[in-house]
Design a protein around this ligand. Structure first.
Ligand code: ASP
Length: 408
């Protein structure tokens, strides 16, 4: 028998807690029917029970007795499981093919959210979930209007007391854009978790079911709070800001050059790093005061470019052009005057790179200060497009736009 009074006197908190846990395990084995309720108690509450000599089922059935100074979960109405809303938008995770062997030939956005949830009964062990069908589309068809609509929906959900986290099922093609957009404009610390799949639900070894279970696990995890919008696929927890689709055919399709934030394995989260860029509650942007996004164009850099690629974007109403330049966001010498003219007309020029990894250095390949251009930092062109659109919902000069590209 452990001398708990001695432990207390010597301040051996850890030893005492270990003893309390061992005793709790013992008690639980004897009191199988009430095990679930017992497990929900905090270590402090378990300790309180032990100290009070509580060893009967009666004590376990009632509220935990409070020890002086102990933090006890007192509310009998406290939910047993986290409450997670699954907002479905379509994509391959809701896709269906003609045959189980069709892993790549299928129609995206076919299966409704309730069927997706019903197909993964293990979700019920992890969280209390309900589904909402926002859209039923392949993600390449997302428009700015749908992005705004989805963000407003998610913003309203996370404000509710009966919602602990949100999962969004999405196509893989543009999930990285939607994730970053929500990361910037939804002001919350509650987990928002994007999830997708590379194989349709009807395929052999479909990856959607486990990805969805993992996403619900992460959305219900307290340690997933305040980490920005996340993407859960292939056992990995990626930062929505950083992750990008790198492979168009394998389940291991998503990658971040800075590495995943963590992993989710058999219902447990494991974290290895945290985001440092502004997001959620630390963001200056709020979807509740954004109703539309300005046009931003991406022009892909290569050899032998034509100025019309840029001037036609301006004619189409672009308020900014993301130049997906070669190497360090380079601009061909014969295009520099075109881009300077465009900037002089008030359209922002943002130098990103088509390379994928690394980050564009300011004033290196081009004199950005002199030309009043902006660099996209480590954002790939499609992420730079999202940040520019959000930033330019208000008029601002290139200096302030550059500040935003450093901070987000
Ligand atoms: N084109 C599909 C989509 O983005 C691809 C996928 O979901 O994997 O909706």
């Amino acid at each position: 028998m452990t001398d708990w009074a001695g432990c207390l006197a010597k301040g051996r908190g850890r030893q005492l807690l270990a003893w309390a846990r061992a005793a709790a395990r013992d008690t639980m084995a004897r009191l199988q029917p009430t095990q679930d309720r017992f497990m929900r108690r905090t270590p402090a509450a378990l300790l309180a029970l032990m100290l009070a000599g509580a060893s009967s089922a009666v004590a376990l059935e009632g509220p935990a007795p409070a020890a002086p100074g102990a933090t006890v979960a007192t509310s009998p109405a406290a939910p047993a499981k986290p409450r997670v809303v699954i907002v479905a938008t379509g994509g391959t995770i809701a896709g269906a093919g003609a045959d189980a062997a069709n892993s790549a030939t299928y129609q995206a956005a076919k299966v409704p959210v309730d069927k997706l949830i019903a197909a993964v009964p293990a979700i019920a062990n992890v969280a209390d979930v309900r589904g909402e069908q926002a859209f039923q589309i392949a993600s390449e068809s997302f428009t700015n209007a749908q992005l705004v609509d989805l963000a407003k929906k998610v913003s309203a959900l996370v404000k509710r007391d009966d919602v602990d986290g949100v999962v969004i099922t999405h196509g893989t093609d543009t999930v990285e854009e939607t994730a970053y957009f929500l990361d910037l404009v939804v002001k919350t610390d509650k987990p928002i978790v994007m999830v997708a799949s590379m194989r349709p639900s009807t395929a052999i070894s479909a990856d959607g079911a486990l990805n969805l279970l993992d996403a619900v696990t992460v959305a219900g995890a307290k340690d997933a709070r305040a980490k920005g919008v996340l993407l859960t696929m292939n056992d990995e927890i990626q930062a929505g800001r950083d992750t990008t689709k790198r492979v168009n055919i394998k389940p291991s399709a998503f990658f971040s050059q800075w590495g995943p934030l963590g992993m989710v394995v058999e219902g447990k989260t494991y974290w290895f790093r945290a985001p440092v860029k502004r997001h959620g509650t630390t963001s200056e942007f709020d979807i509740d005061s954004i109703d539309a996004l300005p046009e931003v164009a991406i022009v892909y850099g290569s050899g032998n470019m034509h100025p019309e690629a840029y001037t036609s974007a301006v004619a189409g109403g672009a308020k900014a052009i993301v130049h997906a330049g070669t190497g360090n966001g380079s601009v061909a010498g014969y295009l520099v005057d075109t881009l300077k003219d465009i900037r002089a007309k008030g359209v922002q020029i943002i130098r990103s790179s088509r390379v994928g990894d690394g980050f564009v250095l300011r004033n290196a390949e081009q004199p950005d200060d002199k030309y009043d251009w902006v660099v996209a930092h480590d954002l790939n062109p499609q992420k730079a497009k999202i940040l520019a659109a959000v930033a330019l919902t208000k008029p601002r000069d290139a200096k302030d736009l550059q500040r935003i590209f450093w901070e987000y």
